[in-house]
Design a protein. Sequence first.
Length: 186
Amino acid sequence: MMKVLAIIGSPRKNGNTDVVVQKVLEGAAEKGAETESIYINELDFKGCQGCGLCNVMADCKLKDDMTDVYKKLEEADAFVFGSPIYFNQFTGQMRSFLDRCYALVDAELKPRLPVGKNAVLVRAQGDPNGPMYDNVFDDFEEILKMFFGMTVTDKIVAAGFDLPGSVRKDKELMDKAKQAGVHLLD
C-alpha cells in the first residue's frame, strides 16, 4: 500500500491549512493510499545546531522527535506540505523542520532519501491576492527538487480566509485539493 505523509506547519489544528491538507489526503485515500499527518507544532525538537555531523555520519546528533520523523519521510511514497503564511513566509515551525531535514542530504548536498517522490504544496493566507506569496511556493519547491529529488505535482492556495476552517465554504477549492490528492500518486 502506498503511503502519503502530510507535514503541517500550522500551529492550528482544523485551521485553514489543516482543512485543505486533510482534503488532499482524502483524495489520496480514495485511491487506496495510507495517510498520516504530522503536526510540526506537536513535535518536541530543537532547531539545527549547524554542527555538520550529519554530513560525516549520515545521522543527526540530536535525538528527539525528528528521529522518528526521518524514518517516516524515508518510508513515505508521496508528501503533502502545508503551512499558512506568517510575515510573508511559511511559519517558523516549517522553517525549523526544513532546517532539520538538512540531515537528509549528504556532504555534496545530494539526497539521502529515495528520489522521484511527488509532493503537493498547500498554503493558507489571509490576503485575498492569491499570487501574492507565490515566491514562497517557488522557494519551497526548489528545496524539495534540489535537496530531495521531489516533484511538486500541485500547489493549492487558500487565499482570503481569516477565520479558522472558513476555507470549507469554498467548494471549488476543496474539490481542487481532493483532486490533487487523487493524482498525487500518478
